[in-house]
Design a protein around this ligand. Structure first.
Ligand code: KE4
Length: 425
């Protein structure tokens, strides 16, 4: 057995499935997951010394590539002052100012330790603010492992084949209504059938936990109109898209203003961070001001704030979004050309530094069409690419990410490998 296999055997004896997050177990693509010894730029180095061009980027945070020197320096400098205080610290103020300067919808913000905490808190806040119980989500969207949102969820839940988790009580699930993405008429009917009961609607503006699905023209504006009409809080879950597609996330690409925004990943620079923010009148319902309780021992942790500040400030300084979109287009065009040459039906939805592969003859507009795509072909491309040194997400129900560190030799190699992998189908 190689080092990763030995590590996995040891892990299996102590950690459920050998992993601390299910999607890492490679259950959807088969084989033993590799363990990573180190990461730098666009590359991971496995426990067996193999270098991989990384399209997972720790599921989104590493937009500058791994081991970014500016982030590393910021964390090192913060470390000299201590790791955690349990009191307010100056970096929390700087982070709040930075987020408010980037995301127009956010007038007040609260830091958490994960994306899950951010979405969990946002739906509790929507319920506390409106006095209503029901929440609308969309099939295939994943908002972290919140009980009430693990209903027809995506990402690992979908990868494991159980989008509705055990342990979520019928009572909890009863207050969760599930709609179909890109279907405004059905959503309008759902609102009408639950008139006066919907506290909020939570959506990944660009669902990226079911592969990547892009909104039909007018869909996001339609969500805004329906939530306004029905007095429901519109919550954009931008844990993945925030600061990745623009400094304001998808809000920088669409003239749609949500009431609350959930964030994470990039604003932690690779350390554990989440955040939620939005209208002051809603946010002020949070303890200690208002009746909605929410808390966290390590919320606003100085090391995580230092890493996130360095990452977002670097985005503000460099504004790399056009460069990242050019990289994304190059990968998309490479994949589509190879599929056409091979005669394989392939869709490659792409926006900025995000893309995914659906082996499907039609554009994928919703969950049902995503899961009807050919997962076996994805698995073959995943395996061939990994064997040739390129790491795609170990599930067809995830999204690939690019970083500024991919420019140059790494994107050249990746395109060469992905082209060959599709042509070898
Ligand atoms: P975390 O609790 O994992 O920090 O964030 C949950 C979350 C919330 N909202 C969106 C849109 C998300 O994509 C996520 C987490 N993303 C997955 C990747 N698809 C995390 C990977 C994992 O579960 O290991």
């Amino acid at each position: 057995m190689n080092n990763s296999e030995q590590l996995f055997q040891r892990a299996l004896a102590m950690i459920p499935g050998g992993v601390n997050s299910p999607v890492r177990a490679f259950r959807s693509v088969g084989g033993t997951p590799f363990f990573t010894r180190s990461a730098d730029g666009a590359r991971l180095t496995t426990a067996d010394g193999k270098e991989l061009v990384d399209f997972v980027l720790t599921w989104g945070p590493a937009i500058h590539g791994h081991n970014d020197p500016d982030i590393r320096a910021a964390v090192r400098e913060a470390l000299d002052r201590g790791t955690s205080f349990g009191t307010p610290n100056p970096l929390e103020v700087e982070m709040a100012e930075l987020i408010l300067s980037c995301v127009p919808a956010v007038k007040k913000v609260r830091m958490t330790n994960s994306g899950t905490e951010a979405t969990m808190s946002a739906i509790r806040l929507a319920r506390g603010y409106t006095g209503r119980n029901k929440i609308i989500k969309f099939s295939g969207c994943y908002h972290g492992h919140v009980d009430s949102l693990l209903v027809k969820a995506g990402s690992g839940a979908l990868t494991q084949g159980n989008p509705d988790s055990a342990g979520v009580t019928p009572g909890t699930a009863a207050d969760t209504l599930v709609a179909e993405y890109n279907n405004l008429p059905a959503l309008s009917a759902l609102f009408d059938a639950n008139a006066g009961q919907v506290a909020g609607l939570i959506v990944e503006p660009y669902p990226a936990n079911v592969g990547l699905i892009l909104p039909d023209d007018g869909f996001l504006a339609g969500l805004r109109a329906l939530c306004t009409k029905h007095g429901a809080v519109l919550i954009f879950d931008e844990v993945m898209t925030g600061f990745r597609l623009s400094l304001a996330g998808t809000q920088g690409l669409h003239d749609v203003v949500p009431d609350l925004v959930c964030m994470g990943k990039i604003i932690g620079g690779g350390l554990p961070v989440g955040a939620f923010g939005g209208k002051a009148e809603i946010m002020d319902k949070l303890a200690p001001l208002g009746p909605v309780y929410q808390a966290g021992t390590l919320s606003g942790n100085p090391l995580a704030m230092a890493a996130g500040l360095a990452s977002v400030r670097k985005l503000k300084a460099q504004n790399p979004f056009a460069r990242l979109d050019a990289l994304g287009r190059r990968v998309r065009d490479t994949l589509l050309a190879a599929a056409q040459a091979k005669g394989v039906p392939l869709q490659v939805p792409q926006v900025g530094s995000m893309f995914s592969l659906f082996f499907n003859a039609q554009r994928v507009r919703n969950y049902d069409q995503a899961v009807a795509s050919n997962g076996d072909l994805y698995r073959k491309v995943f395996r061939t690419s990994l064997d040739k040194g390129v790491y795609l997400a170990p599930s067809p129900y995830e999204t690939a990410f690019l970083s500024t560190a991919h420019e140059g030799r790494d994107i050249d190699k990746a395109c060469e490998v992905l082209d060959a992998a599709v042509r070898s189908l």
